[in-house]
Structures are given as C-alpha cells and as structure tokens.
Design a binder for this molecule. Structure first.
Ligand SMILES: Nc1nc2c(c(=O)[nH]1)N[C@H]1C(S)=C(S)[C@@H](COP(=O)(O)O)O[C@H]1N2
Ligand SMILES: [Mo]
Length: 167
C-alpha cells in the first residue's frame, strides 16, 4: 500500500473560511460551506490514484457528494455543456464536459476521515471516468463555473502538472 504524495499547500487555503461557489450559466449562483456539503447524501468511490510523474497511491477510498447533486441546486441552463473547476489558489483549474463532471464526486473524506488539507481538504474532485488524469483531481475546489461555450483555461491544470515532470 502506498500513499498519496505530499505536496505544498498554497497559502490561500484556509479551511475555516472555505466555501464552494457554483456560478456561470445557471438559474441562480449558490454557495455551500462544509456543513452544507456534509448534509447531502454521500457516496463512496474507490480507486488507485496514478500520477503522470510515475507514482501510484493504491486502494484509496473517497467519500463525498456527487457533483450532479450540487449542480442541481444551481440549475444549469439547458444549453450548458462545460464546467470549469477552480481551486482556491486561483491558478489551478480544469474544464470538463458537464456530463462527465456531473458524474464525478466532490470528496470530503479519505479513508474514513475528513479529507486532510494536505490532500485537498475540505473538498477535492474525484473524476469518475475511465480515462481520468491525475491533474483532473482538483484539490481545494472553491468554484465550479458552468458554461455554454468551452473555457479558455481548459488546459491550465494539465500544463502545470506536466511542467512538474520536467523538473
Ligand atoms: N489545486 C490543485 N489540485 C491538484 C494539483 C495542484 O497542483 N493544485 N496537482 C494535481 C496533481 S498533478 C496530482 S498528481 C495530485 C496530487 O495529489 P496529492 O498532493 O494528494 O498527492 O493533485 C492534483 N490536484
Ligand atoms: Mo500528477
């Protein structure tokens, strides 16, 4: 059994002040705090997490809210097809087809305990897709922007992750 790798936590991450905002092309923007999120039905997602840098964390068990449930509170417009997921540090983001994002889990727990800040707490995206990539598992998720047209920042996360493998 190997663990997730330790990485630095950005200075902007303050769990006490943390909220998640959903906005963009939705009927109404909504904001959730950690208690709001914990009040939704939670589901479990198990996986081995593989990073493009060449390490694996085996047998992880995430628990959290299906993104579809959260989006439902905001009400994406019928023409919405994209979702941009942003981290609290403001630079890290990744866009997804809205359907794939809807079927992902926003994890609040890891292996039966509150998700540690070191690994993305209070909330980390766990994309549920066959072809998911490590950089799509956004830590410290603070905003989901819904859009009817593609986002230009689509590959931000990928570029940041790949630049690290060149160190
Ligand atoms: N906000 C944010 N999320 C992120 C990253 C990041 O730099 N910032 N790195 C990604 C990459 S490339 C990997 S491999 C994992 C690392 O997770 P860990 O720090 O829990 O090992 O987080 C992903 N999510
Ligand atoms: Mo990664």
């Amino acid at each position: 059994m190997s663990d997730l790798k330790p990485h630095d936590v950005p200075a902007d991450v303050d769990p006490a002040e943390w909220t998640l905002r959903i906005g963009g092309t939705v009927d109404q923007s909504v904001r959730f705090d950690p208690d709001d999120l914990a009040s939704f039905p939670l589901e479990t997602a198990a996986e081995d997490f593989t990073c493009v840098e060449g390490w694996i964390a085996e047998g992880l068990s995430w628990r959290g809210v299906r993104v579809e449930t959260l989006l439902g509170r905001a009400g994406p417009t019928a023409a919405s097809e994209y979702g941009l997921v942003r981290a609290v540090d403001g630079e890290y983001a990744c866009s997804f087809p809205l359907e794939q994002l809807s079927n992902s889990v926003l994890a609040l727990e890891l292996d039966g305990k509150p998700l540690p800040v070191d690994h993305g707490g209070p909330a980390r995206l766990v994309p549920l897709a066959d072809e998911r990539e490590c950089w799509e598992s956004i830590k410290w998720v603070s905003e989901i922007l819904v859009g009817e047209t593609p986002f230009s920042e689509a590959d931000t996360a990928k570029e940041l992750a790949l630049s690290r493998t060149e160190d």
